[in-house]
Ligand binder design. Structure first.
Ligand SMILES: Cc1cc2nc3c(=O)[nH]c(=O)nc-3n(C[C@H](O)[C@H](O)[C@H](O)COP(=O)(O)OP(=O)(O)OC[C@H]3O[C@@H](n4cnc5c(N)ncnc54)[C@H](O)[C@@H]3O)c2cc1C
Length: 119
């Protein structure tokens, strides 16, 4: 089974807004800002941001990179082999995936892109 993020996530957001949910975008530069929130329950889901905010050097990134090809509706199968995979999404053919421990840079690496898409 393949769940397409480009279809699923907007549907999820629609349900969230329909149920009265609100989104406020803000940055927490340090922990003092937490105490200014009115909410009685706070769920920390800032990913790697927790490393700085909570001085937790035990939290490390694992960088993953994907390559997208133009959509090909005629491709109706998934392939997974030797750590590589191909998912035929309606917004493009997804080729993955790389897995680099302790790599902090968000920029795509052309060498990795080459290793995902073949010669
Ligand atoms: C190559 C790759 C492919 C993947 N494919 C899939 C897939 O097909 N399906 C799937 O389900 N998952 C997939 N995942 C995993 C998925 O992307 C993650 O599990 C998901 O993004 C985690 O979401 P999150 O909201 O917990 O964290 P994040 O997406 O890391 O979001 C954290 C957010 O917190 C913000 N933030 C950080 N610090 C602060 C701060 N101090 N103040 C305010 N905001 C802050 C960041 O800017 C960011 O927006 C994939 C991951 C990779 C790397």
């Amino acid at each position: 089974m393949l769940i397409e993020p480009a279809t699923f996530l907007p549907a999820l957001m629609q349900d969230f807004y329909a149920a009265g949910g609100k989104i406020v975008v803000t940055e927490f530069p340090d922990r003092s800002q937490e105490s200014s929130l009115d909410e009685s329950v706070i769920i920390n889901c800032i990913g790697l941001g927790s490393r700085d905010l909570f001085s937790d050097n035990g939290l490390i990134p694992i960088k993953g990179q994907l390559t997208f090809l133009l959509p090909q509706p005629e491709v109706e199968y998934i392939m997974i082999s030797g750590g590589l995979y191909m998912f035929p999404r309606s917004d493009g053919i997804l080729l993955g995936g790389s897995f680099e421990r302790k790599v902090f840079t968000p920029e795509p690496d052309p060498q990795v892109a080459k290793s995902l898409s073949g010669p």
